[in-house]
Design a protein around this ligand. Structure first.
Ligand code: AMP
Length: 282
């Protein structure tokens, strides 16, 4: 198992792999890995000759400095977890200076308005940071395919836009959301939940499941009010936003139309820990 810290080292090996006409699957992560990440890694293994996983807590995508400081960093156990599925994977775990070449700042992107909805409203600058780090990481790892979870569905749509803006040839592949048995979406941030919060958090997915069930029969307005009510009954979880939005442009809707794909999106605070989730509406 090779862990690269230096950009030049991995770039050299990537060039050699490319020369042999081998495909590269890339899974960018911020570490504190769980089964959701491993699902992406497994798909990358199945579809490519070589797999690179990056582990980098990207400072430019954090609008909240406390969140950045408290983000779990567990490189040693991450490496172990990855080696439990394959020891052939290349791990890129760089410092900020390696990624940003000493200038840790974001490029300002226009993702056609995708960046202004939901997460973009509550985390200003977040998607500029995501776009910037991925531009750098894609340049370094030169992937054939890159794998992203639908857990961060808005991010997935924005990354597809990013590669068209930057004219990069990487194919972006979306992967389903991995959940605990309770329905709680797996997340590195779950490690920061206390027992009481862990017990309360499955409400998030129960609410989304019920919305999916009722989407055909109840009005959008009724659903918004119902979701809000579910969170007024608990002090442990605080609803930040709930939106039903079109998949195409992520704009929220007031009423449903035919032949249009929708998803419900939610962000909730459990104490200081911010949890997001979403569901396809059928
Ligand atoms: P992160 O380390 O949180 O930045 O996530 C790295 C990648 O893993 C992103 O593409 C996420 O969408 C994906 N991911 C995180 N949690 C899950 C999950 N529960 N199910 C599927 N993908 C996930």
């Amino acid at each position: 198992m090779r862990v690269y810290e230096k950009r030049l080292d991995i770039e050299q090996d990537v060039a050699a792999i490319r020369k042999q006409n081998k495909s590269i699957g890339f899974v960018p992560t911020m570490g504190a890995l769980h089964k959701g990440h491993l699902g992406l890694v497994q798909k990358a293994i199945d579809e490519n000759d070589v797999v690179i996983v990056s582990i980098f807590v990207n400072p430019t995508q954090f609008n909240n400095s406390e969140d950045l400081v408290n983000y779990p960093r567990t490189l040693e156990s991450d490496v172990q977890l990855i080696s439990s599925i394959s020891t052939e994977i290349l791990i890129f775990a760089p410092s900020s200076d390696e990624v940003y070449d000493g200038e840790t700042k974001s490029i300002k992107y226009n993702f056609n308005g995708l960046e202004l909805e939901m997460e973009g409203k509550f985390r200003p600058g977040h998607f500029d940071g995501v776009g910037t780090v991925l531009k750098h990481l894609f340049t370094i790892t030169s992937p054939t395919r890159a794998y992203f979870g639908e857990k961060d569905f808005q991010q997935l749509q924005i990354v597809k836009k990013l590669v068209s803006i930057e004219k990069m040839s990487v194919k972006i592949i979306g992967c389903p959301i991995y959940r605990e048995e309770s329905g709680l979406a797996l997340s590195s941030r779950n490690k920061r939940l206390n027992q009481q919060q862990l017990e309360a958090a499955p409400l998030i997915y129960r609410v989304l499941t019920q919305v999916n069930h009722d989407f055909g029969t109840k009005s959008v307005d009724t659903l918004y009010r119902w979701v809000k009510d579910q969170f007024t009954n608990t002090d442990i979880l605080k609803l930040e936003y709930f939106e039903i939005a079109k998949v195409s442009d992520l704009k929220s809707i007031t009423r449903k139309q035919k032949n249009t794909k929708y998803r419900a999106f939610i962000a909730v605070f459990a104490g200081e820990v911010r949890l997001i989730d979403n569901i396809a509406l059928n």
